[in-house]
Write a protein that binds this ligand. Structure first.
Ligand code: ADP
Ligand code: MN
Length: 516
């Protein structure tokens, strides 16, 4: 019987209960070594034991980290308070996990169950139990590619003749209400209503819904308070713990400091360390993009993700923290697609929750300059232009992506070529606003190079057609934009009617290749 769930996976958990191996303090002496008093007092031995325990606590860890814990001016690691908070948080989570297991043990298969909910230390919204941890480290599989939207029949009934059942049928309706509870925030425990064929009346369902929402708001408020109480500009304790683990595992050597603080993310520089697995090489220098868990900034980006069918099903069911993880996930998958197409961009090293580690574009801690900050010779400028034109076409055709924030701010000049970064908001061309995003990208690129004196630079409309392979003939911006929106609408109608998207927009054959 496996009553301990995931923790049982820890390989050298020893004879103690397996959950202890997840505890930051590890398993109390699993092997009985007899030793002298000198040994007991030895600091060296204590350190070794500590390392051993940490390795057991985080099984992915292989190499022991001798190097400094996160160093650099921007990260204050000397704060005992911070360390204490991190440890306390781990402890609380451990405590809660234990409670959950007790609960499960006592309840067993019984129809009547008890709950220890009120004894929990971490509010459901703050609990990040590793059970639901998804890292998507396996970048070969892009979980969003296969998902196609499904349509529900517009008519409000199923069946024929006598057997017709309308959506007002009490039993059907009751079952539907039960199923709809799954849409409540994931932390809201709804039990197995479907399993026991529970039929909820509308009245009961609505009361429950109301309760779920107010509970969600309450925890969001609590959460917000906590976020704001920690240094807003730096990283919160959870992120710190994640970074700590990366350094501690030896995967990163040192985190040297902050490269950029944006509205939605903070980017750090780090020296790469040793990989836990042979086949993976950690780049000598890494960039760590931390997606901010302060939620406000992400609100205005909803449109990029909400309408993206790859995420549609998941979006409505997720709490804000998970949505932020999705941004990080999205950036990872988009970077991987680009990498596969040979587009110069950072290489993904690892994704942990909302923290994405990738290769660093630049050298000796100095990030490559953005295109807007670098002065190029006219020859390089022309070279950069054609390279970008190519990359935009590759992105569209091979990666099936539109960057959606392409400008001289998100292109770096390094090693005599342009590198694309910042692709968390990139979408597929058939996204309801995908073509509008592409047009905006084209406008940015076109204007930048025309101002930069590249005589060959296409105007935004020509560029749009060249990238998309569409043949929009309007000769002014307003009409052009109207045609774009009409195409998007056509695609949406197609989705409504056929339950799936057009694989691509119809085009007059392959787009022309523009080259030097
Ligand atoms: P934001 O959403 O904050 O704009 P970006 O991904 O554009 O996030 O990163 C912000 C800045 O951090 C970039 O403009 C760039 O200067 C730097 N940066 C990001 N990723 C890397 C990287 N892989 N290598 C070097 N610098 C990077
Ligand atoms: Mn950016």
């Amino acid at each position: 019987m496996d009553s301990v769930g995931v923790a049982a996976a820890a390989p050298d958990a020893g004879p103690g209960p397996a959950w202890q191996s997840k505890c930051p303090w590890g398993t109390p002496s699993t092997t009985s070594i007899s030793c002298s008093l000198a040994d007991v007092m030895s600091e060296q031995l204590a350190k070794e034991l500590q390392l051993e325990e940490e390795n057991a606590a985080f099984p992915e860890v292989v190499a022991a980290a001798e190097g400094p814990f996160i160093t650099g001016e921007n990260i204050d690691t000397s704060s005992d308070l911070m360390l204490a908070q991190m440890l306390q948080m781990e402890f609380d989570r451990e405590y809660d996990a234990q409670l959950r297991r007790e609960e499960k043990k006592i309840n067993g298969d019984s129809k009547v169950s008890i709950s220890f909910e009120n004894y929990r230390k971490v509010h459901p919204y703050d609990s990040d139990s590793s059970e639901d941890e998804v890292d998507w480290q396996d970048t070969r599989h892009d979980p969003y590619r296969a998902d196609k939207p499904t349509t529900t029949p517009k008519r409000g009934f199923i069946g024929k003749g006598k057997d017709i059942t309308t959506k007002h049928d009490e039993v059907v309706c009751g079952r539907k209400n039960t199923a709809r509870m799954e849409n409540f925030a994931p932390e809201f425990q709804v039990g197995d209503g479907i399993g026991m064929d529970l039929k909820l009346s509308n009245q009961v369902f609505n009361a429950l819904k109301q309760h779920a929402y107010s509970e969600e708001r309450r925890s969001a408020r609590l959460h917000e308070k906590k976020e704001h109480s920690t240094a807003e500009k730096a990283v919160d304790p959870k992120t710190r713990l994640l970074l700590y683990k990366m350094v501690n595992s030896g995967m990163l050597e040192t985190i040297t400091g902050c490269i950029s603080t944006g509205k939605e993310s903070v980017v750090f520089h780090a020296y790469g360390g040793k990989s836990a697995t042979e086949d993976k090489v950690i780049p000598p220098e890494c960039a760590i993009k931390v997606f901010k868990t302060t939620l406000n900034e992400f609100k205005n980006r909803d449109k990029y993700i909400k309408d993206d069918y790859r995420f549609k099903d998941r979006f409505s069911k997720l709490n804000p923290r998970k949505i932020i993880r999705m941004w990080a996930e999205k950036e990872m998958h988009n970077l991987t697609r680009m990498q596969n197409a040979g587009i110069p961009c950072p290489q993904v090293v690892i994704l942990k929750k909302h923290v994405l580690v990738m290769s660093f574009i630049g050298q000796d801690q100095v990030p490559a300059p953005k295109l807007k900050d670098v002065t190029l010779s006219s020859e390089d400028m022309k070279k950069a232009y054609y390279q970008i034109l190519n990359m935009m076409q590759q992105l569209y055709r091979e990666c099936n992506l539109v960057h959606a924030d392409l400008s001289e701010y998100n292109m770096l000049w390094h090693d005599g070529k342009v590198w694309l970064i910042d692709v968390s908001q990139s979408v597929e061309p058939t996204h309801p606003h995908g073509l509008e995003f592409l047009f905006r990208d084209c406008r940015n690129v076109s204007q930048f190079f025309q101002k930069g004196g590249v005589a060959e630079a296409l105007n935004e409309r020509e560029l749009f057609n060249a990238v998309s392979g569409l043949n929009i003939t309007a000769d002014n911006e307003v009409d052009f934009q109207a045609e774009i929106e009409a195409l998007e609408k056509m695609n949406e109608d197609h989705v409504q009617n056929h339950g799936k998207k057009l694989s691509t927009f119809s085009s007059d054959g392959d787009p022309p290749i523009y080259d030097e």
